[in-house]
Design a protein around this ligand. Structure first.
Ligand code: NAI
Length: 342
C-alpha cells in the first residue's frame, strides 16, 4: 500500500474499525493543498481491505483533479465503507462520523454510490464535516444529479461547437448509455433542445419510458457504442472505453457523466487517432461537486447553477490548451488541474 500511496501522491490513508457496529472503513486523503479534501462516502462489498483501500485512493485522487479543474477551494478525498453481513448500518455510520471528526475538518464527506442522506444523518450525529444530510440541498430531490446533467448538457453543446461549429442541438444524434438519475435528466434536456436520442439501459422499464417521453430509439446495452452518432454519452458505469470498444465507436464526440470512462488513461491517444473529441470526464461531470461547493459556500441552488454554467468555459479552455500544446484532451485536463494544486 505504501507503494500505491506513493505512486498516486496520496497524503494520508486512515483505516477505521469499530467493533460494536462492525464498521470497517478506509478514508483516503489525496490532497489538502487547495483546501479540505472533499469527496463522498461509498458503501460497497469489497473482496478485501486491499481492494477497498485501492478504490478509496483512486477515487480520492479523482476528486482532487475534479475540484482543481473546477476552480473549487477544496482538495480530494473519499471514504469507503466495507459492506458485510455483520454491520449495524446506522451505528456504523455514526462511528464513521467519529473518525471523520478526528480529522478536524480536513475531510468533508457526502453521499456516493451505495449511501443515502439517512446515512449522512448518522454521520452528522458525530460531526459537522458532512454534506447531503436530510434537509440540505444535496438531499433534496435529485438536485446533485440534475446539476451534473445540466453541466454535461452544456458541455455537449461546447463540444459540438468546437468540433462541428454547431450552435444548437437540433437534429444532433446522441447515443446515451444509462438512464439513471443523471442520464434521464440529461435525456430530458437533450430532447427539449431538439437532439435525436438513441438510448440503452439494462433496465428495460427505463428504456420504454425514454421511448415514450423522448421518442428515443432504444437499443441493446451491448450495442449502444456501435451506433452512428455525433455524440456518445456514457452515463452508466466507468471503464467502458477500452482497447476493444474504441475501434468500434462510430461517434465524433464522447461527452458523458460516468466517472473514469477510459479503462486506461493512455487510451485517449487512440481516440485522438480516430478523430474523436473526448470531453474529460472529471471536467464535464463536475456539476455534482460544484453543487456541494455552493452548498458549503452558502450560495444555494442559484450559486450551484451559476457555477455549473462555467463548465463550458473550462472545457473550451481545455480544448484550446490541448490543440496549442499538441496533447490529448485528457492530458490537457490533468496538466491544468495539476498546475493548480502542485
Ligand atoms: P444511477 O445508478 O442513478 O444510474 C445508472 C444507470 O445506468 C441505471 O439506470 C442502470 O440501470 C444503468 N446501467 C448500468 N449498467 C448499464 C449498462 N451496462 N448499460 C446501460 N445502462 C446501464 O447513477 P447516476 O447517479 O445517474 O450516475 C451515473 C454515472 O455518472 C456514474 O458513473 C456516476 O459515478 C457518475 N456521476 C454521477 C454524479 C451524480 O451527481 N449522480 C456526479 C458525477 C458523476
Amino acid at each position: 500500500l505504501w507503494k500505491a500511496m506513493q505512486d498516486r501522491g496520496m497524503e494520508q490513508l486512515v483505516f477505521c474499525q469499530d467493533q460494536k457496529s462492525g464498521l470497517k472503513a478506509v478514508i483516503a486523503l489525496h490532497s489538502t493543498k487547495l483546501g479540505p479534501a472533499l469527496g463522498g462516502c461509498r458503501l460497497w462489498s469489497y473482496a478485501s481491505e486491499q481492494e477497498a483501500a485501492q478504490d478509496a485512493m483512486k477515487l480520492a485522487r479523482g476528486m482532487t483533479y475534479k475540484a482543481a479543474i473546477s476552480g473549487l477551494p477544496y482538495g480530494g478525498g473519499k471514504a469507503v465503507v466495507m459492506e458485510h453481513a455483520g454491520m449495524r448500518r446506522d451505528e456504523a455510520f455514526a462511528a464513521l462520523g467519529r473518525f471523520i471528526e478526528r480529522l478536524h475538518g480536513e475531510y468533508i464527506t457526502g453521499v456516493d454510490l451505495g449511501t443515502t442522506p439517512h446515512d449522512m444523518d448518522q454521520i452528522h450525529r458525530e460531526t459537522r464535516h458532512v454534506t447531503d444530510q436530510s434537509g440540505t440541498l444535496g438531499a433534496t430531490g435529485n438536485f446533485t444529479a440534475e446539476m451534473t446533467a445540466y453541466g454535461v448538457f452544456l458541455g455537449i453543446q461546447t463540444s459540438l461547437t468546437h468540433k462541428y461549429g454547431l450552435s444548437d442541438m437540433n437534429g444532433v444524434r446522441v447515443a446515451l448509455q444509462g438512464l439513471g438519475k443523471v442520464g434521464y435528466a440529461l435525456a430530458r434536456r437533450l430532447h427539449q433542445a431538439g437532439a435525436q436520442l438513441i438510448v440503452s439501459d439494462i433496465d428495460s422499464g427505463k428504456m420504454s419510458q425514454a421511448v415514450r417521453d423522448f421518442k428515443a430509439l432504444a437499443v441493446s446495452p451491448d450495442d449502444i457504442h456501435l451506433h452512428s452518432c455525433e455524440v456518445y454519452a456514457p452515463c452508466a458505469m466507468g471503464g467502458t472505453l477500452t482497447h476493444l470498444s474504441i475501434p468500434q465507436l462510430s461517434c465524433g464526440i464522447i461527452a458523458g457523466a460516468a466517472n473514469n470512462q477510459l479503462a486506461d488513461e493512455q487510451l485517449c491517444d487512440m481516440l485522438e487517432q480516430r478523430n474523436i473529441l473526448y470531453a474529460p470526464d472529471y471536467a464535464i461531470n463536475a456539476g455534482g461537486i460544484l453543487s456541494t461547493g455552493a452548498e458549503l459556500a452558502g450560495t444555494g441552488a442559484r450559486g450551484a447553477a451559476a457555477a455549473v454554467e462555467k463548465i463550458p468555459h473550462t472545457l473550451k479552455y481545455l480544448y484550446d490548451y490541448a490543440r496549442k500544446n499538441g496533447i490529448t484532451t485528457a492530458a490537457a485536463a490533468d496538466s491544468i488541474a495539476e498546475a493548480k494544486f502542485a
